[in-house]
Design a binder for this molecule. Structure first.
Ligand SMILES: CC(C)(COP(=O)(O)OP(=O)(O)OC[C@H]1O[C@@H](n2cnc3c(N)ncnc32)[C@H](O)[C@@H]1OP(=O)(O)O)[C@@H](O)C(=O)NCCC(=O)NCCS
Length: 191
């Protein structure tokens, strides 16, 4: 099912094979790989094509891994992942990155507004989970900004693929009620 989520500056959409260059440009940056669990470094064309194929295979079943297209530049500047979707339990996990050239412009906040609306209103999920390295200042701040509640720290829980470093991981949860409380405050900036 071809689902597109549109915001003021972005289109969250299904991947296309031709996106591989933008994915290599973004995920190939060490500062992205070192803060996520599963992105290898260096990151090559074959890694991007594997990722795109995997997303297309699982799309609409266990995941919606939206590619974030910047309307003005018609290029993919990041990924907003909704994965391990459990329709019976009403839960899913999220993860994301934005190309380093586009950091601190509010893009992930804008993408998360669309994703949260989709997850709670269209998929009717009850809870979203997010796991963040304790050392990842930007991502910890982002989760809190969009209403996620900090629920604890799992010690030595994830190994980073690029550095092989073991990380303590903060666990965040977002319930539909949490989202409805912060949404009106956030959407004012993205209309
Ligand atoms: C985390 C990440 C996705 C944030 O994307 P972004 O589009 O730059 O985020 P936004 O501009 O929407 O910022 C949202 C909030 O996060 C916080 N923030 C973002 N970058 C920050 C930084 N470098 N340091 C501290 N706080 C930061 C701010 O509170 C910001 O809100 P504000 O600008 O109103 O103060 C981006 O930094 C990234 O791709 N990092 C590498 C990959 C990664 O860590 N992914 C998440 C794995 S769990």
């Amino acid at each position: 099912m071809n689902i597109e989520l549109k915001t003021k500056r972005l289109i969250l959409r299904m991947p296309a094979k031709s996106d591989w260059k933008d994915i290599v440009d973004g995920a190939g940056e060490f500062d992205i790989a070192k803060m996520t669990a599963t992105i290898p470094h260096p990151y090559k064309k074959k890694d991007a094509l594997w990722f795109i194929n995997m997303v297309l295979k699982d799309w609409g079943k266990t995941r919606y891994t939206f590619f974030i297209e910047l309307k003005d530049e018609k290029r993919v500047i990041g990924v907003m992942d909704l994965f391990r979707i459990d329709k019976i339990n009403g839960t899913a996990e999220t993860g994301s990155w934005i190309n380093k050239k586009y950091w601190r412009m509010g893009y992930i906040t804008e993408a998360k507004i669309a994703l949260n609306d989709f997850a709670f209103n269209k998929l009717k999920l009850r809870r979203l989970d997010s796991s963040v390295f304790v050392s990842n200042k930007a991502s910890n701040a982002t989760q809190r900004k969009v209403g996620y509640k900090f629920e604890g720290t799992k010690r030595k829980a994830l190994k980073n693929k690029a550095t092989e470093k073991i990380h303590d991981v903060n666990i965040y949860g977002l319930l539909k009620d949490d989202w409805e409380k912060v949404r009106p405050r956030l959407i004012r900036f993205f209309k």
